[in-house]
Design a protein around this ligand. Structure first.
Ligand code: MF3
Ligand code: CO
Length: 258
């Protein structure tokens, strides 16, 4: 069942998303060679408690950290580690979620560590852009898979591949609610979008093949070919006036690094 959220509920989700957006901004400021992904996890936990919020991922199906930090060939669910020290040329995807006053917010972005290759810049740019292509289809009257198709089409036309194993999701009083939002598929399928639907749209895009593999830690998903992967996510609401990005941040990748 897809829950339609009232104006007041959407504002609550927006409050949680604003906390997530601010924490992601703070984390991005800390990204530099020498920092470990466990350091970033500690910062995210600290900022979250200062906001009187709770990390959404910690304890979710037993996930032991607040932050997902996925470096280079890691696609999603990268487990923070004191052994994973960032180095110049890496890209890192930061995925964060909180719950505040009963409502969840969820967002992700990929950023460079120091100077990165032209190929890495292009991958991140296309991944952020395809997210916005998907969001543009989150319009009342469209079908759910219009979002999915727009993302896939944009990505594949540029020679990249869409990860199939993980999908976006409804969000509200739980981190994951109905419906699932795949990043691929034919247009015109699935439920008709209605004002009040709140979705986390989160394309994971690979430079090489689409296939992924989950490591022995049971969480960290990596590309099978060990090529780079990027991930961007926004929580959005379908409204009478079109899509509303609830987890909006100041700056886009393209503007900062593109
Ligand atoms: N944004 C991701 C998702 O919605 C993060 C979840 S990590 C988990 O699936 F640990 F909570 F699973
Ligand atoms: Co999500």
């Amino acid at each position: 069942m897809i829950i339609l959220r009232s104006r007041a509920e959407i504002e609550k989700i927006r409050t949680s998303c604003a906390i997530v957006a601010e924490i992601l901004d703070r984390l991005v400021e800390q990204i530099k060679p020498g920092v470990t992904t466990l350091d970033l996890n500690a910062i995210s936990e600290d900022l979250t408690s200062k906001k009187r919020a709770r990390p959404a991922f910690k304890g979710y199906h037993g996930y032991p950290y607040a932050l997902c930090a996925s470096v280079n060939e890691e696609v999603v669910h990268g487990m923070p580690s004191k052994h994973r020290r960032l180095k110049a040329g890496d890209i890192i995807s930061l995925d964060y979620g909180v719950v505040f006053d009963g409502y969840f917010g969820d967002a992700a972005l990929t950023v460079p560590v120091g100077e990165i290759s032209e190929a890495a810049v292009k991958l991140c740019t296309v991944t952020e852009e395809c997210l916005y292509e998907g969001i543009a289809k989150a319009v009342a009257g469209n079908r759910l898979s219009d979002i999915s198709h727009a993302i896939q089409d944009y990505v594949e036309q540029r020679g990249y591949s869409v990860v199939r194993e993980f999908v976006g999701h409804g969000i509200g009083q739980h981190l994951h609610e109905s419906p699932q939002v795949p990043n691929y598929g034919p247009p015109g399928r699935g439920v008709r979008l209605k004002p009040g639907m709140v979705l986390a749209i989160e394309p994971m895009i690979n430079a090489g093949q689409a296939d992924v593999q989950v490591l022995e830690d049971q969480w960290t998903a990596v590309t099978l070919d060990r090529e780079l992967s990027a991930h961007f996510e926004h929580t959005i609401a379908v409204t009478e006036n079109g899509p509303l990005i609830l987890s909006k941040r100041e700056n886009r990748f393209t503007k900062l690094y593109g």
